[in-house]
Design a binder for this molecule. Structure first.
Ligand code: ATP
Ligand code: MG
Length: 597
């Protein structure tokens, strides 16, 4: 039996594994639906295997890399005072009903019933579960602040699982939740948020990723502030806008624009003309039929006020080629808006699909908000407020006249998603630029959304009950592994940085049965003694396929033990071109260590 001090004094030994005893099913063929390099190479190199749409096995090599990423995540979180735990995947639906997310999550939530017909969900994220835990565990402000985290499987029935691990339906996430009495000051939410921002930056730096932290809207999780950590990658599915002068970066939903000029004074170009436009779904089709571009059209979206005060309806008009941004509409309107219920809107007089700005005058209790880009120009194509009809030559000044001057009825504000080329909100005369990215992390200030909904409160110093203030912080662990491959591969396969590689050194034995295995084993043993993880390719295969596989799986250092070399081995790094260099066997360990850095 080993004593505690023995455990303490034992140096960390590397692992030695034999290819023949592992499962590394490399193939030439990429999965038929694979386009992204990470999907192609992780599958071809035997790191992952598809079980079903968006569901994957993590094979031995893949799991070793994931564990390295998890180690980095754990080290950084633990150093920042966060505490690891594990919550269940299976959660009673009542918990989600307490916050309304049983409905808000819609079809993305995996739902199931047990044998007693009780409803459950597979956790898409764990705010409810942890809020329930805290509700039953803390009573006093003295137990705060606290930040708990877990590394756990998550389930989301994504409409389009794609690109292997980049968008799965079952995936690994690190999720952390912080609990506070205050927002400001020592122990407050802002302090922990800033700490976790630093933790995230260090984690992605240690993963060797080039990333940008961008301002984001809080989305379905709700809350007041949030940042996304985006890996800068041309093939990423998210669009980021950056101000090249100030470094301001935001996603398209969140990004503000600098002031844009506007005017309702464009001269009319002839009378309004009504046109029959039946069976034309979508603005592009209508534009084509009318012989104009989408940018010559007005798009008007009907919102309803979710509160009892203020206008009942809010119309948002943007240029046909732009997208209305609900959050911006909300702040421009100054009331909480949501997309109007179609039935109610029709009953009020809106001909959904054909709504024009004229409705501000024809439907009572309506506020019209117009995006600056939808003002200029004197002759727009817009809906005719009549089914299957549009009009040409809509002119703001002529059609709305004095109403345009009534601030209670018409406002001009930035209410669309930003684009490359828009003026930067942070620097005059500078245009926003577009970059693509992969979202690997997301941090939110939740405030009291969950604690209010679920009754999580503590007694403060004065014995007064206060809602607990929360933050939440997620990292897509499996997506991060895929992002690392996106950023580090060549035509032949993956190129791992040493500290993420499943093994540091691959020893390829060309004729394993001619006694060379002992050379490999001795070398591996010595390397393992220095903390290096070694994989020995002991398969009875021809050299060609073995070298191809070596490139494919991407281990940073390769040592080849050949029957043609006596007392020598061939040494090659994954990134070196051409053939390896012959070195003395006695120098092999030092050469490997030097190459690994
Ligand atoms: P996305 O916008 O990509 O759908 P999200 O904003 O819904 O992601 P969050 O709720 O912020 O995701 O989850 C935290 C992190 O989990 C994300 O930053 C991302 O890295 C990861 N993640 C989310 N959905 C998936 C998925 N389907 N597959 C793999 N990782 C995911
Ligand atoms: Mg997110």
């Amino acid at each position: 039996m080993s004593s505690f001090s023995e455990t303490l004094n034992r140096p960390a030994r590397g692992d030695v594994a034999l290819w023949s005893q592992s499962l590394i099913p490399t193939t030439r063929e990429a999965p038929s639906d694979a386009e992204m390099p990470s999907h192609v190479f992780l599958a071809r190199a035997g790191y992952i295997r598809r079980v079903g749409a968006g569901v994957y096995d993590y094979l031995p090599l893949g799991w070793r890399v994931l564990r390295r990423i998890m180690t980095i995540i754990r080290e950084e979180h633990n150093a920042a005072g966060c505490c690891e735990m594990l919550m269940p995947v299976l959660a009673p639906m009542e918990l989600f009903a307490e916050t309304g997310r049983d409905e808000a999550y819609g079809d993305d939530l995996f739902r199931l019933e047990d044998r007693h017909d009780r409803a459950f969900a597979l956790g898409p994220t764990h705010e409810e579960v942890i809020t329930e835990l805290m509700r039953g565990s803390v009573t006093s402000y003295k137990q705060l602040p606290v930040t708990l985290y877990q590394i756990q499987l998550k389930f989301r029935d994504e409409p389009r699982p794609r690109a292997g691990l980049l968008r799965g339906r079952e995936f690994i996430m690190k999720d952390a939740y912080s609990f506070h009495l205050t927002i400001e000051g020592e122990g407050g939410l802002n302090e922990t948020y800033d700490t976790l921002y630093g933790v995230y930056s260090r984690i992605f730096e240690r993963c060797g990723l080039d990333f940008t932290a961008v301002e984001a809207v809080a989305g379905p999780i709700g809350g007041s502030a949030s940042h996304e950590f985006m890996v800068n990658c041309e093939s990423g599915e998210d669009t980021i806008l950056v101000c090249p002068k100030t470094g301001y970066a935001a996603n398209v939903e969140k990004c503000e624009t600098g002031a844009r000029a506007w005017s309702f004074d464009g001269a009319a170009e002839g009378d309004v003309e009504k046109v029959h436009t039946p069976n034309m779904p979508g603005i592009e089709v209508v534009a084509e039929a009318m012989g104009v571009g989408a940018m010559d059209m007005l798009k008007t979206v009907v919102f309803e006020n979710a509160s009892d005060t203020g206008p009942k309806w809010v119309l948002a008009t943007v240029r046909g080629d732009h997208d209305v941004n609900e959050d911006k509409v909300k702040s421009a309107a100054g009331v909480p808006v949501r997309l109007a219920d179609e039935k109610a809107a029709r009953a009020a007089g809106f001909v959904i699909g054909y709504v024009s700005p004229n409705c501000v005058n024809t439907v009572g209790g309506t506020l019209l908000i117009v995006d600056p880009d939808a003002t200029a120009g004197g002759a727009w194509v817009t809906g005719a407020d009549e089914k299957d009809h549009h009009v040409r030559r809509f002119n703001w000044a002529r059609e709305l006249g004095g109403t345009l001057k009534d601030n209670a009825k018409v406002r001009v504000a930035d209410i669309r998603n930003a684009h490359a080329g828009d003026p930067s909100p942070k620097a005059d005369g500078v245009a926003l630029e577009e970059r693509r990215g992969i979202e690997v992390g997301h941090i939110f200030k939740l405030g009291t959304k969950y604690s209010d909904a679920m009754g999580l409160s503590v007694l403060d110093k004065d014995q007064k009950r206060q809602s607990v203030i929360m933050g939440c912080y997620g990292i897509g662990v499996s997506r991060t592994m895929a992002a690392c491959v996106e950023m580090s591969h060549d035509d032949n396969g993956i190129v791992w940085p040493a500290h993420l590689a499943p093994f540091h050194v691959l020893i390829t034995v060309l004729k394993p049965d001619d006694g060379r295995m002992q050379v490999a084993r001795d070398l591996a043993d010595e390397l393992a003694g220095k903390g290096v993880d070694v994989l020995i390719d002991d398969r009875n295969e021809r050299p060609g396929p073995k070298f191809k596989d070596a490139d494919l799986i991407g281990i940073p250092v390769r040592v080849t033990v050949s029957d043609r070399l006596e007392g020598q081995v061939e040494f090659k790094t994954r990134t070196a071109q051409g053939k390896g260099e012959v070195i003395e066997l006695s120098d092999a360990v030092q050469t490997c260590l030097k190459a690994l850095g």
